[in-house]
Design a protein around this ligand. Structure first.
Ligand SMILES: [Zn+2]
Length: 359
């Protein structure tokens, strides 16, 4: 009788241990899935200097303040390749992952940013327009400096040859001729980078953040990833032909505004209508669908130029909303931004809609 009871106790302990192992494994899988869903934030810089155009400049002191804030506040700076590979295969990235990128290839990246980034041990990516570098233009790096950075592990990627306005046709050029020209220029820049550095990742940062569905489809056919300048965080559901990046220059270089952006989370949203950022309107409406996530639909706020947009819920259950501005926008490019607080933290989900009016 006693032995029988002992056997029963033993069997119960084995069962309990097996159950615990299974339960822990399930918990681990769940938390990995949650981490994978969190995504990354891609930062965009140009000049790190004092005397260059304010709209594309951050001072070396402000830039170092960003790096030091990231280091002291639990962020992990990951390479663009690691972020892309992980998000596209739905693998986990560290929580609060940030990717650092620079567009154009200015000399202050080599003289100011590179030594700072090396001292922090942070990986980063350069998107180069190869034309100005091949012509030895003032204010741009040369290939020796770029190769030195490439040898140090910096990712060198594509920003076209001559930094074109990709939506603009040349004189008497048809639309299909324009797209053929862009395709050739994209491949030429990729080839120049590979000749000089041995790198070819097929990442394109659109000059001025401008693109349309026809340009995206060129990238898709050539198996390129496209990076834009819409603000917001990147997740596995993002559009990999127009990934958002936060430009951090001028008034946006300030750490007080930048640190909110560093910590943003990817909104899983789809733009239902229109399907292109290019518009002839000065006050365009847009219809978005917010997929269910760890946020409350009623807490979504959308704004442009810091002013609220009218939100007309077409189907609240399904998260479908039409945004209408109360104003007319001037200039060539502007954005609508939607955010919602994360209930479990002080972080925000962030999604933006890019508009380009070339007229
Ligand atoms: Zn550029």
């Amino acid at each position: 009788m006693f032995r029988c009871l002992e056997n029963f106790r033993h069997a119960r302990a084995v069962f309990k241990a097996a159950f615990c192992t299974l339960f822990t494994a399930c918990l681990l899988m769940l938390s990995t899935a949650a981490l994978a869903a969190q995504g990354a934030v891609i930062l965009l810089y140009h000049h790190v200097a004092e005397d260059t155009p304010p709209s594309t400049t951050i001072s070396p002191a402000d830039f170092e303040a960003h790096l030091s804030y990231l280091k002291d506040n639990g962020f992990t700076v990951v390479g663009l390749d690691k972020a892309m590979d992980s998000l596209r295969s739905n693998q986990a990235l560290p929580e609060k992952s940030v990717v650092i990128t620079f567009d154009d290839g200015y000399s202050s990246i080599y003289s100011e940013a590179f030594p700072l980034l090396q001292s922090y041990g942070y990986p980063f990516t350069l998107f180069l327009s190869t034309g100005p570098i091949d012509s030895g233009l003032r204010n741009y790096m040369n290939w020796d400096q770029i190769r030195e950075m490439s040898d140090a592990g910096v990712i060198i990627a594509n920003h076209m040859v001559d930094h074109p306005y990709m939506l603009e046709s040349l004189d008497s050029e048809s639309d299909s001729e324009r797209l053929d020209r862009l395709r050739a220029e994209l491949l030429e820049a990729e080839q120049r980078i590979e000749q000089e550095t041995g790198q070819s990742h097929r990442y394109l940062a659109y000059p001025y953040g401008e693109y349309d569905p026809a340009i995206k489809s060129i990238l898709q056919k050539l198996n390129f990833v496209g990076l834009a300048q819409n603000s917001g965080a990147v997740g596995p559901e993002s559009d990999f032909l127009a990934l958002p990046r936060f430009p951090l220059a001028s008034i946006y270089a300030n750490l007080d505004t930048a640190r909110t952006k560093f910590a943003t989370l990817p909104f899983h949203a789809n733009q239902l209508q229109p399907d292109s950022p290019v518009t002839t309107s000065r006050s365009p409406s847009v219809t978005l669908k917010f997929e269910t996530g760890d946020y409350n639909l009623s807490q979504i706020g959308c704004f442009a130029n810091s002013k609220p947009l009218a939100m007309n819920w077409i189907d609240r259950e399904q998260g479908v909303v039409e945004l209408k501005p109360h104003e007319s926008f001037t200039g060539r490019r502007w954005r609508y931004i939607c955010t919602a607080p994360d209930p479990g933290s002080s972080r925000y989900y962030w999604y933006s809609v890019q508009w380009i009016n070339p007229d």
